[in-house]
Design a protein around this ligand. Structure first.
Ligand code: AHR
Length: 629
Protein backbone atom coordinates (compact mmCIF):
# COMPACT_ATOMS: atom_id res chain seq x y z
CA UNK A 1 0.00 0.00 0.00
CA UNK A 2 1.12 3.57 -0.53
CA UNK A 3 1.65 5.39 2.79
CA UNK A 4 -0.20 3.29 5.26
CA UNK A 5 -3.60 4.67 5.75
CA UNK A 6 -3.04 7.87 7.53
CA UNK A 7 -6.65 8.93 7.76
CA UNK A 8 -8.26 9.08 11.13
CA UNK A 9 -10.05 5.91 11.96
CA UNK A 10 -12.50 7.83 14.11
CA UNK A 11 -13.63 9.98 11.20
CA UNK A 12 -14.03 6.91 9.04
CA UNK A 13 -16.08 5.13 11.68
CA UNK A 14 -18.35 8.14 12.13
CA UNK A 15 -18.92 8.21 8.39
CA UNK A 16 -19.73 4.53 8.40
CA UNK A 17 -22.13 4.89 11.30
CA UNK A 18 -24.01 7.63 9.45
CA UNK A 19 -24.39 5.50 6.37
CA UNK A 20 -25.48 2.28 8.03
CA UNK A 21 -28.96 3.47 8.87
CA UNK A 22 -30.47 1.61 5.90
CA UNK A 23 -29.98 -2.13 5.94
CA UNK A 24 -30.81 -4.90 3.52
CA UNK A 25 -31.78 -8.39 4.62
CA UNK A 26 -28.91 -10.65 5.52
CA UNK A 27 -27.31 -12.72 2.78
CA UNK A 28 -25.60 -16.06 3.33
CA UNK A 29 -21.97 -16.13 2.16
CA UNK A 30 -20.27 -19.52 2.15
CA UNK A 31 -16.57 -19.84 1.38
CA UNK A 32 -14.82 -23.18 1.45
CA UNK A 33 -11.07 -22.58 1.50
CA UNK A 34 -10.39 -26.29 1.44
CA UNK A 35 -11.72 -26.51 -2.12
CA UNK A 36 -9.92 -24.62 -4.87
CA UNK A 37 -11.74 -23.98 -8.14
CA UNK A 38 -8.86 -22.87 -10.37
CA UNK A 39 -5.61 -20.93 -10.12
CA UNK A 40 -5.71 -17.15 -10.27
CA UNK A 41 -3.85 -15.94 -13.36
CA UNK A 42 -0.47 -14.84 -11.95
CA UNK A 43 -0.34 -11.94 -14.44
CA UNK A 44 -3.90 -10.82 -13.84
CA UNK A 45 -3.36 -7.16 -13.00
CA UNK A 46 -1.17 -4.92 -15.10
CA UNK A 47 -0.96 -1.43 -16.56
CA UNK A 48 -1.92 0.02 -19.92
CA UNK A 49 -0.29 3.15 -21.26
CA UNK A 50 -0.25 5.59 -24.16
CA UNK A 51 0.44 9.27 -24.80
CA UNK A 52 -2.91 10.79 -23.84
CA UNK A 53 -3.81 13.50 -21.30
CA UNK A 54 -0.10 14.46 -21.25
CA UNK A 55 0.77 11.07 -19.84
CA UNK A 56 4.44 11.45 -20.79
CA UNK A 57 4.99 15.00 -22.06
CA UNK A 58 3.87 16.91 -18.99
CA UNK A 59 3.58 13.67 -17.04
CA UNK A 60 5.70 10.60 -16.51
CA UNK A 61 8.57 11.71 -18.76
CA UNK A 62 10.91 13.61 -16.43
CA UNK A 63 11.68 16.31 -19.03
CA UNK A 64 10.14 19.55 -17.73
CA UNK A 65 10.17 22.04 -20.62
CA UNK A 66 7.18 22.34 -22.91
CA UNK A 67 7.75 22.19 -26.67
CA UNK A 68 11.42 21.35 -26.21
CA UNK A 69 11.96 20.67 -29.91
CA UNK A 70 10.51 24.07 -30.86
CA UNK A 71 7.39 23.13 -32.77
CA UNK A 72 6.48 26.80 -32.28
CA UNK A 73 8.13 29.80 -30.69
CA UNK A 74 8.81 30.07 -27.04
CA UNK A 75 8.04 33.40 -25.39
CA UNK A 76 10.34 36.27 -26.36
CA UNK A 77 11.95 38.17 -23.52
CA UNK A 78 13.55 41.59 -23.65
CA UNK A 79 14.68 43.25 -20.46
CA UNK A 80 15.13 47.04 -20.30
CA UNK A 81 16.01 48.49 -23.69
CA UNK A 82 16.97 45.16 -25.33
CA UNK A 83 15.70 44.72 -28.89
CA UNK A 84 15.20 41.22 -30.24
CA UNK A 85 12.99 38.99 -32.37
CA UNK A 86 12.41 35.26 -32.32
CA UNK A 87 11.22 32.91 -35.05
CA UNK A 88 11.46 29.34 -36.26
CA UNK A 89 14.31 28.97 -38.73
CA UNK A 90 13.47 26.22 -41.19
CA UNK A 91 16.94 26.23 -42.75
CA UNK A 92 19.09 25.00 -39.89
CA UNK A 93 18.96 22.47 -37.09
CA UNK A 94 21.37 20.16 -35.27
CA UNK A 95 20.37 16.90 -37.03
CA UNK A 96 18.41 15.52 -39.94
CA UNK A 97 15.72 14.49 -37.45
CA UNK A 98 15.52 18.06 -36.13
CA UNK A 99 16.31 20.20 -39.18
CA UNK A 100 14.70 23.41 -37.85
CA UNK A 101 15.50 25.60 -34.85
CA UNK A 102 14.58 28.63 -32.78
CA UNK A 103 16.40 31.74 -34.02
CA UNK A 104 16.89 34.59 -31.56
CA UNK A 105 18.02 37.72 -33.42
CA UNK A 106 19.27 40.30 -30.95
CA UNK A 107 19.77 43.84 -32.23
CA UNK A 108 20.58 45.37 -28.90
CA UNK A 109 21.35 43.88 -25.48
CA UNK A 110 23.68 44.49 -22.56
CA UNK A 111 23.98 43.39 -18.91
CA UNK A 112 20.70 44.37 -17.28
CA UNK A 113 19.10 44.67 -20.73
CA UNK A 114 19.15 41.01 -21.72
CA UNK A 115 17.20 39.39 -24.55
CA UNK A 116 16.15 35.78 -24.72
CA UNK A 117 13.41 33.20 -24.60
CA UNK A 118 11.39 31.71 -21.78
CA UNK A 119 9.41 28.53 -21.16
CA UNK A 120 6.79 27.78 -18.52
CA UNK A 121 6.94 24.00 -18.80
CA UNK A 122 3.76 22.01 -18.71
CA UNK A 123 1.56 24.30 -16.67
CA UNK A 124 4.58 25.34 -14.62
CA UNK A 125 8.06 24.06 -13.88
CA UNK A 126 8.34 22.34 -10.50
CA UNK A 127 10.92 23.80 -8.12
CA UNK A 128 12.15 21.54 -5.31
CA UNK A 129 14.53 22.64 -2.54
CA UNK A 130 18.23 21.66 -2.66
CA UNK A 131 17.82 19.89 -5.96
CA UNK A 132 20.16 19.34 -8.87
CA UNK A 133 18.55 19.64 -12.31
CA UNK A 134 20.28 18.44 -15.47
CA UNK A 135 19.69 19.86 -18.92
CA UNK A 136 21.07 19.73 -22.40
CA UNK A 137 20.71 21.99 -25.40
CA UNK A 138 21.99 22.38 -28.93
CA UNK A 139 23.07 25.86 -29.99
CA UNK A 140 25.09 27.87 -32.48
CA UNK A 141 25.82 31.56 -32.91
CA UNK A 142 26.95 33.83 -35.74
CA UNK A 143 29.32 35.65 -33.38
CA UNK A 144 33.08 35.19 -33.75
CA UNK A 145 33.59 34.99 -30.01
CA UNK A 146 32.04 32.71 -27.33
CA UNK A 147 28.54 33.81 -26.34
CA UNK A 148 27.53 33.49 -22.66
CA UNK A 149 23.95 32.15 -22.45
CA UNK A 150 22.44 32.67 -19.01
CA UNK A 151 19.96 30.07 -17.76
CA UNK A 152 17.70 30.99 -14.84
CA UNK A 153 14.88 29.19 -13.07
CA UNK A 154 12.58 31.95 -11.85
CA UNK A 155 9.76 31.82 -9.31
CA UNK A 156 6.34 33.20 -10.22
CA UNK A 157 4.70 32.63 -6.85
CA UNK A 158 2.96 35.56 -5.27
CA UNK A 159 5.51 35.68 -2.45
CA UNK A 160 8.51 34.91 -4.62
CA UNK A 161 7.59 36.71 -7.83
CA UNK A 162 10.68 37.13 -9.96
CA UNK A 163 13.04 35.48 -7.52
CA UNK A 164 15.90 33.58 -9.19
CA UNK A 165 15.75 30.05 -7.81
CA UNK A 166 18.79 28.70 -9.68
CA UNK A 167 21.14 30.01 -12.32
CA UNK A 168 24.03 28.97 -14.54
CA UNK A 169 25.76 30.05 -17.74
CA UNK A 170 26.37 28.01 -20.89
CA UNK A 171 29.12 29.35 -23.14
CA UNK A 172 28.10 28.90 -26.77
CA UNK A 173 31.14 28.52 -29.04
CA UNK A 174 31.30 30.15 -32.44
CA UNK A 175 30.89 27.86 -35.44
CA UNK A 176 28.77 24.77 -35.98
CA UNK A 177 25.91 23.32 -33.97
CA UNK A 178 27.15 21.87 -30.69
CA UNK A 179 25.62 20.02 -27.79
CA UNK A 180 25.90 21.57 -24.33
CA UNK A 181 25.02 20.23 -20.91
CA UNK A 182 24.08 22.41 -17.99
CA UNK A 183 22.96 22.00 -14.40
CA UNK A 184 20.84 24.12 -12.09
CA UNK A 185 20.89 23.75 -8.31
CA UNK A 186 18.22 25.17 -6.07
CA UNK A 187 18.72 26.08 -2.42
CA UNK A 188 16.15 26.45 0.33
CA UNK A 189 12.69 27.07 -1.10
CA UNK A 190 9.06 26.08 -0.76
CA UNK A 191 8.22 23.45 -3.38
CA UNK A 192 6.05 25.00 -6.08
CA UNK A 193 4.98 24.56 -9.68
CA UNK A 194 4.59 28.21 -10.55
CA UNK A 195 8.00 28.83 -12.06
CA UNK A 196 9.50 29.38 -15.49
CA UNK A 197 12.93 29.19 -17.11
CA UNK A 198 14.78 31.91 -19.07
CA UNK A 199 17.66 31.62 -21.54
CA UNK A 200 19.14 35.10 -22.09
CA UNK A 201 22.11 36.83 -23.70
CA UNK A 202 23.53 40.29 -23.02
CA UNK A 203 25.13 40.82 -26.46
CA UNK A 204 23.76 41.67 -29.88
CA UNK A 205 24.01 38.79 -32.39
CA UNK A 206 22.11 35.71 -33.51
CA UNK A 207 21.63 32.55 -31.48
CA UNK A 208 20.00 29.34 -32.74
CA UNK A 209 18.74 26.78 -30.25
CA UNK A 210 17.20 23.32 -30.48
CA UNK A 211 16.39 20.34 -28.24
CA UNK A 212 16.50 22.14 -24.91
CA UNK A 213 15.74 19.86 -21.97
CA UNK A 214 15.61 20.08 -18.20
CA UNK A 215 15.32 17.12 -15.83
CA UNK A 216 14.89 16.95 -12.06
CA UNK A 217 16.10 13.76 -10.35
CA UNK A 218 14.37 10.74 -11.90
CA UNK A 219 13.24 7.32 -10.69
CA UNK A 220 16.29 5.10 -10.16
CA UNK A 221 18.35 8.08 -11.37
CA UNK A 222 17.87 7.10 -14.99
CA UNK A 223 19.13 9.65 -17.51
CA UNK A 224 16.16 10.71 -19.68
CA UNK A 225 14.09 9.02 -16.97
CA UNK A 226 10.71 9.14 -15.31
CA UNK A 227 8.97 11.15 -12.65
CA UNK A 228 9.49 9.65 -9.20
CA UNK A 229 6.07 10.14 -7.57
CA UNK A 230 4.23 8.60 -10.53
CA UNK A 231 6.55 5.61 -10.67
CA UNK A 232 6.02 5.06 -6.95
CA UNK A 233 2.28 5.21 -7.40
CA UNK A 234 2.41 2.61 -10.16
CA UNK A 235 4.72 0.35 -8.17
CA UNK A 236 2.15 0.37 -5.35
CA UNK A 237 -0.36 -1.12 -7.79
CA UNK A 238 1.65 -4.38 -7.85
CA UNK A 239 1.38 -4.69 -11.63
CA UNK A 240 2.65 -7.68 -13.61
CA UNK A 241 2.82 -6.23 -17.12
CA UNK A 242 2.68 -2.99 -19.06
CA UNK A 243 0.70 -2.90 -22.29
CA UNK A 244 2.58 -0.50 -24.55
CA UNK A 245 2.58 1.82 -26.49
CA UNK A 246 -1.20 2.07 -26.90
CA UNK A 247 -4.12 2.37 -27.51
CA UNK A 248 -4.80 4.82 -30.25
CA UNK A 249 -1.25 6.07 -29.83
CA UNK A 250 -0.03 2.88 -31.48
CA UNK A 251 -2.21 3.49 -34.52
CA UNK A 252 -2.05 7.26 -35.05
CA UNK A 253 -4.84 9.20 -36.63
CA UNK A 254 -3.38 8.79 -40.11
CA UNK A 255 -1.13 6.13 -41.53
CA UNK A 256 1.77 8.61 -41.53
CA UNK A 257 1.49 8.87 -37.74
CA UNK A 258 1.75 5.21 -36.77
CA UNK A 259 4.06 4.39 -33.90
CA UNK A 260 7.18 4.11 -36.02
CA UNK A 261 9.32 2.80 -33.20
CA UNK A 262 12.82 3.08 -34.78
CA UNK A 263 12.26 6.86 -34.82
CA UNK A 264 11.78 6.83 -31.05
CA UNK A 265 15.15 5.34 -30.04
CA UNK A 266 18.74 6.61 -29.86
CA UNK A 267 20.02 10.08 -28.92
CA UNK A 268 17.20 12.57 -28.40
CA UNK A 269 18.52 14.74 -31.20
CA UNK A 270 17.90 11.89 -33.63
CA UNK A 271 14.23 11.53 -32.74
CA UNK A 272 12.01 13.60 -35.03
CA UNK A 273 8.85 13.18 -32.93
CA UNK A 274 5.39 12.66 -34.34
CA UNK A 275 1.80 13.84 -34.14
CA UNK A 276 -0.09 11.83 -31.55
CA UNK A 277 -3.78 11.07 -32.13
CA UNK A 278 -4.55 12.96 -28.94
CA UNK A 279 -3.94 16.33 -30.59
CA UNK A 280 -0.50 17.27 -29.43
CA UNK A 281 3.04 16.74 -30.59
CA UNK A 282 4.99 13.85 -29.18
CA UNK A 283 8.74 14.51 -29.11
CA UNK A 284 9.33 10.77 -28.58
CA UNK A 285 11.87 11.72 -25.92
CA UNK A 286 9.96 9.02 -24.10
CA UNK A 287 10.44 6.33 -26.73
CA UNK A 288 10.46 2.56 -26.98
CA UNK A 289 13.54 2.03 -24.80
CA UNK A 290 12.10 4.33 -22.13
CA UNK A 291 8.91 2.23 -22.15
CA UNK A 292 11.00 -0.91 -21.67
CA UNK A 293 13.07 0.63 -18.89
CA UNK A 294 9.83 1.67 -17.24
CA UNK A 295 8.90 -2.05 -17.24
CA UNK A 296 12.29 -2.94 -15.84
CA UNK A 297 11.99 -0.37 -13.05
CA UNK A 298 8.58 -1.73 -12.06
CA UNK A 299 9.76 -5.35 -12.44
CA UNK A 300 7.01 -6.09 -14.95
CA UNK A 301 6.95 -7.59 -18.44
CA UNK A 302 6.22 -5.50 -21.49
CA UNK A 303 3.10 -6.59 -23.35
CA UNK A 304 4.18 -5.38 -26.76
CA UNK A 305 1.52 -4.07 -29.11
CA UNK A 306 2.83 -3.92 -32.69
CA UNK A 307 1.33 -1.64 -35.32
CA UNK A 308 -0.83 -3.73 -37.65
CA UNK A 309 -1.45 -1.44 -40.62
CA UNK A 310 -4.60 0.29 -39.39
CA UNK A 311 -4.76 3.93 -38.31
CA UNK A 312 -7.85 5.60 -36.90
CA UNK A 313 -8.95 7.77 -39.81
CA UNK A 314 -7.32 6.11 -42.77
CA UNK A 315 -7.88 3.13 -45.00
CA UNK A 316 -6.09 0.08 -43.62
CA UNK A 317 -3.01 -1.20 -45.43
CA UNK A 318 -3.93 -4.11 -47.72
CA UNK A 319 -2.64 -7.52 -46.67
CA UNK A 320 0.07 -8.78 -49.02
CA UNK A 321 2.96 -6.76 -50.43
CA UNK A 322 1.77 -3.42 -49.05
CA UNK A 323 1.74 -4.78 -45.53
CA UNK A 324 5.20 -6.37 -45.66
CA UNK A 325 7.17 -3.34 -44.38
CA UNK A 326 4.92 -3.16 -41.33
CA UNK A 327 5.30 -6.86 -40.64
CA UNK A 328 9.06 -6.44 -40.93
CA UNK A 329 8.90 -3.48 -38.52
CA UNK A 330 7.11 -5.73 -36.01
CA UNK A 331 9.70 -8.50 -36.39
CA UNK A 332 12.49 -5.97 -35.93
CA UNK A 333 10.73 -4.49 -32.92
CA UNK A 334 10.50 -7.88 -31.22
CA UNK A 335 14.22 -8.33 -31.94
CA UNK A 336 14.94 -4.90 -30.43
CA UNK A 337 13.07 -5.94 -27.27
CA UNK A 338 14.32 -9.51 -26.93
CA UNK A 339 17.30 -10.13 -29.23
CA UNK A 340 20.77 -10.66 -27.85
CA UNK A 341 23.57 -8.34 -28.84
CA UNK A 342 24.57 -10.56 -31.79
CA UNK A 343 21.33 -9.64 -33.57
CA UNK A 344 21.00 -6.43 -35.59
CA UNK A 345 18.39 -4.82 -33.37
CA UNK A 346 19.72 -6.32 -30.14
CA UNK A 347 23.02 -4.64 -30.98
CA UNK A 348 21.18 -1.39 -31.60
CA UNK A 349 19.56 -1.67 -28.18
CA UNK A 350 23.00 -2.23 -26.66
CA UNK A 351 24.27 0.89 -28.45
CA UNK A 352 21.32 2.72 -26.94
CA UNK A 353 22.58 1.70 -23.49
CA UNK A 354 20.74 -1.55 -22.70
CA UNK A 355 22.60 -4.73 -23.74
CA UNK A 356 20.36 -7.00 -21.69
CA UNK A 357 17.27 -8.25 -23.56
CA UNK A 358 13.87 -7.69 -22.00
CA UNK A 359 11.48 -10.51 -21.10
CA UNK A 360 8.43 -10.97 -23.32
CA UNK A 361 5.49 -13.38 -23.38
CA UNK A 362 2.68 -11.59 -25.25
CA UNK A 363 2.58 -9.69 -28.53
CA UNK A 364 -0.61 -7.85 -29.44
CA UNK A 365 -1.33 -7.26 -33.12
CA UNK A 366 -2.92 -3.84 -33.50
CA UNK A 367 -5.46 -2.04 -31.35
CA UNK A 368 -9.26 -2.08 -31.51
CA UNK A 369 -9.24 -3.38 -35.08
CA UNK A 370 -13.01 -3.89 -34.90
CA UNK A 371 -13.13 -0.24 -36.02
CA UNK A 372 -11.64 -1.31 -39.36
CA UNK A 373 -14.82 -1.87 -41.37
CA UNK A 374 -13.23 -3.13 -44.57
CA UNK A 375 -14.52 -6.70 -44.89
CA UNK A 376 -11.84 -9.26 -44.08
CA UNK A 377 -9.21 -6.59 -43.50
CA UNK A 378 -8.19 -7.44 -39.95
CA UNK A 379 -8.35 -11.18 -40.54
CA UNK A 380 -6.03 -10.77 -43.52
CA UNK A 381 -3.66 -8.46 -41.69
CA UNK A 382 -3.68 -10.61 -38.56
CA UNK A 383 -2.93 -13.75 -40.56
CA UNK A 384 0.09 -12.13 -42.22
CA UNK A 385 1.52 -10.79 -38.95
CA UNK A 386 0.78 -13.97 -37.01
CA UNK A 387 2.41 -16.30 -39.54
CA UNK A 388 5.54 -14.15 -39.76
CA UNK A 389 5.80 -13.69 -36.00
CA UNK A 390 5.17 -17.37 -35.28
CA UNK A 391 7.74 -18.44 -37.86
CA UNK A 392 10.51 -16.40 -36.26
CA UNK A 393 9.26 -16.39 -32.67
CA UNK A 394 7.12 -19.46 -31.98
CA UNK A 395 7.58 -18.97 -28.24
CA UNK A 396 5.37 -15.88 -27.93
CA UNK A 397 1.61 -15.78 -27.45
CA UNK A 398 -0.34 -13.64 -29.90
CA UNK A 399 -3.23 -11.36 -28.99
CA UNK A 400 -5.96 -10.32 -31.44
CA UNK A 401 -7.90 -7.11 -30.90
CA UNK A 402 -11.07 -8.32 -32.66
CA UNK A 403 -12.56 -11.57 -33.83
CA UNK A 404 -10.62 -13.06 -36.76
CA UNK A 405 -11.14 -15.81 -39.28
CA UNK A 406 -7.71 -17.19 -39.97
CA UNK A 407 -5.92 -20.44 -40.71
CA UNK A 408 -5.17 -22.81 -37.84
CA UNK A 409 -1.50 -21.76 -37.85
CA UNK A 410 -2.42 -18.12 -37.37
CA UNK A 411 -5.04 -18.51 -34.65
CA UNK A 412 -4.67 -16.06 -31.80
CA UNK A 413 -3.96 -17.30 -28.28
CA UNK A 414 -5.78 -14.46 -26.61
CA UNK A 415 -8.43 -11.89 -27.51
CA UNK A 416 -8.29 -8.33 -26.16
CA UNK A 417 -11.68 -7.00 -24.97
CA UNK A 418 -12.29 -3.36 -23.97
CA UNK A 419 -15.05 -2.02 -21.70
CA UNK A 420 -15.81 1.54 -20.70
CA UNK A 421 -19.06 1.91 -18.75
CA UNK A 422 -20.84 4.19 -16.27
CA UNK A 423 -21.25 2.73 -12.76
CA UNK A 424 -24.75 1.23 -13.19
CA UNK A 425 -23.79 -0.48 -16.43
CA UNK A 426 -20.57 -1.78 -14.91
CA UNK A 427 -22.48 -3.38 -12.04
CA UNK A 428 -24.61 -5.17 -14.65
CA UNK A 429 -21.46 -6.31 -16.47
CA UNK A 430 -19.70 -7.94 -13.52
CA UNK A 431 -20.94 -11.45 -14.36
CA UNK A 432 -20.24 -11.10 -18.09
CA UNK A 433 -17.59 -13.83 -18.18
CA UNK A 434 -19.13 -16.20 -15.61
CA UNK A 435 -20.69 -18.39 -18.30
CA UNK A 436 -18.37 -17.51 -21.18
CA UNK A 437 -17.09 -20.56 -23.12
CA UNK A 438 -13.77 -22.00 -22.02
CA UNK A 439 -12.79 -23.13 -25.52
CA UNK A 440 -9.07 -22.52 -25.54
CA UNK A 441 -8.76 -18.86 -26.45
CA UNK A 442 -7.98 -16.76 -23.40
CA UNK A 443 -9.12 -13.21 -22.71
CA UNK A 444 -7.10 -10.08 -22.06
CA UNK A 445 -9.21 -7.15 -20.86
CA UNK A 446 -6.71 -4.67 -22.20
CA UNK A 447 -8.78 -1.57 -21.40
CA UNK A 448 -11.52 -1.19 -18.88
CA UNK A 449 -12.88 1.55 -16.62
CA UNK A 450 -16.02 2.65 -14.88
CA UNK A 451 -16.43 6.19 -16.10
CA UNK A 452 -18.26 9.11 -14.58
CA UNK A 453 -15.72 11.15 -12.57
CA UNK A 454 -13.58 13.88 -14.11
CA UNK A 455 -10.60 13.99 -14.41
CA UNK A 456 -10.27 10.93 -12.19
CA UNK A 457 -12.75 8.27 -11.02
CA UNK A 458 -15.08 9.18 -8.17
CA UNK A 459 -16.20 6.73 -5.51
CA UNK A 460 -19.09 5.44 -7.64
CA UNK A 461 -16.51 4.55 -10.28
CA UNK A 462 -14.33 2.90 -7.65
CA UNK A 463 -17.30 0.76 -6.63
CA UNK A 464 -17.91 -0.17 -10.28
CA UNK A 465 -14.22 -0.98 -10.73
CA UNK A 466 -14.02 -3.04 -7.54
CA UNK A 467 -17.19 -4.92 -8.49
CA UNK A 468 -15.72 -5.59 -11.95
CA UNK A 469 -12.47 -6.84 -10.43
CA UNK A 470 -14.38 -9.45 -8.41
CA UNK A 471 -15.52 -10.79 -11.79
CA UNK A 472 -11.97 -10.66 -13.20
CA UNK A 473 -10.68 -12.71 -10.27
CA UNK A 474 -13.55 -15.22 -10.34
CA UNK A 475 -12.94 -15.76 -14.08
CA UNK A 476 -9.19 -15.64 -14.02
CA UNK A 477 -8.95 -19.12 -15.53
CA UNK A 478 -10.19 -17.43 -18.70
CA UNK A 479 -9.06 -13.83 -18.19
CA UNK A 480 -5.29 -14.02 -18.09
CA UNK A 481 -4.63 -10.28 -17.83
CA UNK A 482 -6.49 -7.02 -17.35
CA UNK A 483 -5.44 -3.37 -17.39
CA UNK A 484 -7.39 -0.23 -16.54
CA UNK A 485 -7.25 2.67 -19.00
CA UNK A 486 -6.29 5.42 -19.22
CA UNK A 487 -3.75 5.36 -16.45
CA UNK A 488 -2.53 8.95 -16.21
CA UNK A 489 -3.88 12.49 -16.51
CA UNK A 490 -2.32 15.89 -16.12
CA UNK A 491 -5.27 17.70 -14.53
CA UNK A 492 -4.59 20.72 -16.78
CA UNK A 493 -4.42 18.65 -19.96
CA UNK A 494 -7.24 16.14 -19.77
CA UNK A 495 -8.52 14.74 -23.07
CA UNK A 496 -10.35 11.70 -21.84
CA UNK A 497 -12.56 11.92 -18.76
CA UNK A 498 -11.90 9.43 -15.96
CA UNK A 499 -8.23 8.52 -15.68
CA UNK A 500 -6.76 6.61 -12.79
CA UNK A 501 -3.95 8.85 -11.44
CA UNK A 502 -4.04 12.65 -11.57
CA UNK A 503 -1.21 15.16 -11.27
CA UNK A 504 0.02 18.64 -12.00
CA UNK A 505 3.64 19.72 -12.43
CA UNK A 506 4.39 19.23 -8.75
CA UNK A 507 1.98 16.82 -7.10
CA UNK A 508 0.04 13.67 -7.88
CA UNK A 509 -2.82 11.77 -6.32
CA UNK A 510 -4.53 8.42 -6.53
CA UNK A 511 -8.25 8.29 -7.24
CA UNK A 512 -10.51 6.10 -5.08
CA UNK A 513 -10.39 3.58 -7.89
CA UNK A 514 -6.59 3.64 -7.79
CA UNK A 515 -6.72 2.63 -4.12
CA UNK A 516 -9.26 -0.10 -4.84
CA UNK A 517 -6.91 -1.48 -7.49
CA UNK A 518 -3.90 -1.32 -5.16
CA UNK A 519 -5.86 -3.30 -2.56
CA UNK A 520 -7.11 -5.92 -4.99
CA UNK A 521 -3.69 -6.46 -6.56
CA UNK A 522 -1.83 -6.58 -3.28
CA UNK A 523 -4.24 -9.23 -1.97
CA UNK A 524 -4.68 -11.15 -5.22
CA UNK A 525 -3.98 -14.72 -4.10
CA UNK A 526 -3.10 -17.67 -6.32
CA UNK A 527 -6.24 -19.85 -6.15
CA UNK A 528 -9.92 -19.09 -6.49
CA UNK A 529 -11.80 -21.04 -3.83
CA UNK A 530 -15.28 -22.51 -3.83
CA UNK A 531 -17.92 -20.04 -2.66
CA UNK A 532 -21.57 -19.09 -2.99
CA UNK A 533 -23.86 -16.31 -1.91
CA UNK A 534 -27.56 -16.33 -1.35
CA UNK A 535 -29.90 -13.42 -0.80
CA UNK A 536 -27.57 -10.45 -1.39
CA UNK A 537 -28.71 -7.15 -2.89
CA UNK A 538 -28.05 -6.67 -6.59
CA UNK A 539 -25.28 -4.15 -5.91
CA UNK A 540 -23.29 -6.51 -3.75
CA UNK A 541 -20.25 -8.31 -5.16
CA UNK A 542 -17.50 -10.47 -3.76
CA UNK A 543 -14.48 -12.57 -4.59
CA UNK A 544 -12.68 -15.25 -2.59
CA UNK A 545 -9.11 -16.31 -3.31
CA UNK A 546 -6.28 -17.67 -1.24
CA UNK A 547 -2.52 -17.23 -1.08
CA UNK A 548 -1.03 -20.68 -0.61
CA UNK A 549 2.39 -19.38 0.50
CA UNK A 550 1.12 -17.24 3.37
CA UNK A 551 -1.90 -19.47 4.06
CA UNK A 552 -4.34 -16.60 3.86
CA UNK A 553 -7.86 -16.31 2.51
CA UNK A 554 -8.57 -13.00 0.74
CA UNK A 555 -12.21 -12.01 0.84
CA UNK A 556 -13.17 -8.95 -1.21
CA UNK A 557 -16.57 -7.46 -0.48
CA UNK A 558 -18.09 -4.64 -2.51
CA UNK A 559 -21.30 -2.99 -1.41
CA UNK A 560 -22.31 -0.38 -3.98
CA UNK A 561 -25.73 0.13 -2.41
CA UNK A 562 -26.79 2.90 -0.03
CA UNK A 563 -28.03 0.12 2.29
CA UNK A 564 -25.60 -1.81 4.43
CA UNK A 565 -25.33 -5.53 3.66
CA UNK A 566 -25.35 -7.94 6.62
CA UNK A 567 -23.76 -11.31 5.88
CA UNK A 568 -24.19 -14.64 7.62
CA UNK A 569 -20.75 -16.12 7.16
CA UNK A 570 -19.91 -19.75 6.74
CA UNK A 571 -16.13 -19.88 6.33
CA UNK A 572 -14.77 -23.38 6.00
CA UNK A 573 -11.06 -23.92 6.44
CA UNK A 574 -10.47 -20.41 7.80
CA UNK A 575 -9.39 -19.67 11.34
CA UNK A 576 -11.93 -18.04 13.58
CA UNK A 577 -10.67 -14.96 15.40
CA UNK A 578 -8.96 -11.79 14.34
CA UNK A 579 -8.37 -10.83 10.71
CA UNK A 580 -6.91 -7.80 9.01
CA UNK A 581 -9.32 -5.61 7.06
CA UNK A 582 -8.75 -2.79 4.57
CA UNK A 583 -11.77 -0.59 3.87
CA UNK A 584 -12.42 2.06 1.31
CA UNK A 585 -15.56 4.05 1.95
CA UNK A 586 -17.32 7.28 0.99
CA UNK A 587 -20.73 8.76 1.71
CA UNK A 588 -21.88 8.76 -1.92
CA UNK A 589 -20.88 8.07 -5.52
CA UNK A 590 -19.74 11.63 -6.19
CA UNK A 591 -17.16 11.83 -3.39
CA UNK A 592 -13.64 11.81 -4.80
CA UNK A 593 -9.99 12.70 -4.44
CA UNK A 594 -8.52 15.62 -6.33
CA UNK A 595 -5.30 17.56 -6.77
CA UNK A 596 -6.39 19.85 -3.91
CA UNK A 597 -7.82 17.06 -1.73
CA UNK A 598 -5.63 14.12 -2.68
CA UNK A 599 -6.32 11.93 0.34
CA UNK A 600 -10.01 12.39 1.05
CA UNK A 601 -10.77 8.75 0.32
CA UNK A 602 -8.03 6.38 1.42
CA UNK A 603 -7.97 2.77 2.59
CA UNK A 604 -8.35 2.38 6.34
CA UNK A 605 -6.60 -0.58 7.91
CA UNK A 606 -8.15 -2.24 10.96
CA UNK A 607 -8.70 -5.61 12.57
CA UNK A 608 -12.01 -7.46 12.62
CA UNK A 609 -13.24 -10.33 14.65
CA UNK A 610 -14.30 -13.04 12.22
CA UNK A 611 -17.64 -14.17 13.55
CA UNK A 612 -20.82 -15.68 12.16
CA UNK A 613 -22.08 -12.24 11.16
CA UNK A 614 -20.33 -9.47 9.32
CA UNK A 615 -21.87 -6.30 7.93
CA UNK A 616 -20.53 -4.41 4.95
CA UNK A 617 -21.57 -0.76 5.31
CA UNK A 618 -23.17 1.11 2.43
CA UNK A 619 -20.81 2.38 -0.29
CA UNK A 620 -17.89 0.32 0.96
CA UNK A 621 -15.14 -1.86 -0.45
CA UNK A 622 -13.51 -4.27 1.99
CA UNK A 623 -10.58 -6.60 1.60
CA UNK A 624 -10.25 -9.02 4.50
CA UNK A 625 -7.23 -11.28 5.03
CA UNK A 626 -8.18 -14.29 7.11
CA UNK A 627 -5.60 -16.84 8.26
CA UNK A 628 -6.27 -20.38 7.07
CA UNK A 629 -6.50 -23.30 9.45
O1 AHR B 1 -8.07 4.60 -23.42
C1 AHR B 1 -8.43 5.57 -24.34
C2 AHR B 1 -8.68 5.01 -25.73
O2 AHR B 1 -9.79 4.16 -25.71
C3 AHR B 1 -7.60 4.15 -26.30
O3 AHR B 1 -6.61 4.88 -26.91
C4 AHR B 1 -8.31 3.31 -27.30
O4 AHR B 1 -7.71 2.06 -27.48
C5 AHR B 1 -9.71 3.22 -26.75
O5 AHR B 1 -10.65 3.52 -27.70
Amino acid sequence: MPKQIARSLTAALLALAASTALTQKAAKLTIDSTKTVHPVSPMLYGLMTEEINHSYEGGLYGQLLGNHTFRGNWDLLSNGNAKAAVEIDKTTGPSSALPTSERLSVKQASPGNEAGISNSGFWGIPAYPHTLYHGELYAKTDLDSPLPLRVQLIGDDQVDTGVVLATTTVTVSPGKWQRYEYTLTTSDLEPSATNHIEFTVATAGTLWMQMVTLFPPTYNNRPNGSRIDLMEKMAAMHPHFLRLPGGNYLEGEKLANWYNWPKTIGPLVDRPGHQSPWNYWSTDGFGLLEFLEWCEDLHVEPLLAVYAGYSLHDVAVKPGKDLEPYVQAALDEVEYVTGDVSTKWGAERARNGHPKPFPLTYIEIGNEDFFDKTPGSYSGRFEQFALALRKKYPQYKLIATAAVQVSKAAEPDVQDDHYYKPPAAMFDWVHHYDDAPRNGMKVFVGEWATRSGTPTPNFGDALGDAAWMTGLERNSDLIVMASYAPLLVNVHGMQWATDLIGYDALKSYGSPSYYAQCLFAEHLGDQVVKSSIDGAGDKFFYSATLSSDIKTLHVKLVNASNHSQPLDLNLLGAKAGVAKMYSLHAGNFQATNSITKPELIMPVESTVQIAAQHTVPAYTIQVIDIPLQ
